[in-house]
Design a protein around this ligand. Sequence first.
Ligand code: EPZ
Length: 419
Amino acid sequence: MDKFLINGPCKIKGKVKISGSKNSSLGILAATLLFDKPVVVKNLPRVQDIRSMLYLLKSLGSKIILSKDNRTVKIINRKRMKTFCDYAIVKKMRGSFLVLGPLISKFNKAKISMPGGCLIGARPVNYHLAALKKLGMNFDIKNGYIMAQSKGRLKGSQIKFAKVSVGATTNTILAACLAKGTTHIKLAAREPEIFDLTQFLNKAGANIKWSGRTCTVVGVNSLSQTTYTVMSDRIEAGTFSVAATLAKGNLEIINFNPKIIETELKLLKKAGARIKQGNNKIFISGPEKIKPIKNIETKEWPGVATDMQSQFMVLMCMANGKSIITENIFENRFLHVGELQRLGATIRIQKNKAIIEGNTKFIGAELMSSDLRASVALVLAAMVSSGKSIINRIYHLDRGYENLENKLRNIGVKIRRVK
Ligand code: EPZ
């Protein structure tokens, strides 16, 4: 298994280009199952999760034509597609569950493994199933699989989620697209990736409108051929913004709309970063002294992204005072804390709050990655630790960060990958 060797501390300087959004790409690729005509998706990030999703679509019968640089894909579906999604695929990448909505809507049947939990939480799919049931999907669960079918075309309905859920909103929008009639989805997730998905679908002739947290989908009979460029990855942009703030950096981050991390950039300014926004880029420089932030709370969009929580925790370890981070989205998303403590951090956990003492002198150590975002926090901490760090199991990072070590090396980080 690959690992990273990092020699710290290092200063960050230069320019980094943000890749396409992993999470937006997953929803859009799942949505291609709704199409009879060829569909082209551009700006895909070259990460493992995208390769897994393309493998899944191919296993369902889609013809996948990838460009030489693997950033553009042309997808041509067959008239008759398979509708079975194996445990081995869903277990590896829970985003596979997003094919349920399109499969049941387009083919009126699906057999898909329950995703099960993961390290950051139980991650149930009850909201997905309840919403699809309201649209006319019948299902039962046997041997860990959801056996779903619908009597003919799904029918539009009124859906009101008890809690905001990105995945459940995605699955419901995809199912409602080709349903007969109109679906109103109340308390829908409004993350930029969902908006990217609905822009893609509307470009192909879907009829989806937003009013606040209500998404209205008027079912259409079919979607037309289209080409779409996926938005940039806001978590990658946020991660590099934290890196610059952390390591007294001077960084130009290009190829993304700063608006998609507006909340996180406001926090970084509070911590002392100096940020200049340009057209599809920012210039960010880190302060000599990082200021603590009393309370950082993760929330649904437009709040602080939960996928940025671990990165902010590393930053607050280096602040000159005490900070508190509250994780409101997932019940077990402090897996990075134990590893940061091994690097020298003083962090106390009280339920979903982490109290961070600050003024940490990180000392390099051997570390273990756990989930995608916790792993990138270890990279950030190792960057500013004195001495050598080894980060094991970096396959977690390869799932969601494209070419991370080269992007970091090009801006001054002493990092290399070893087998
Ligand atoms: C998406 O996960 C993202 N994944 C996650 O990114 C992200 O952290 C999360 O949204 C929150 O923004 C993808 O887009 C592929 P949720 P998702 O449904 O859809 C509970 C990353 O690192 N819930 O919004 O699974 C759930 O347990 C990943 O890129 C139910 O209870 O998240 C959680 O507490 C990690 N029942 C909360 O809602 C349900 O049926 C929010 O989950 C669904 C969700």
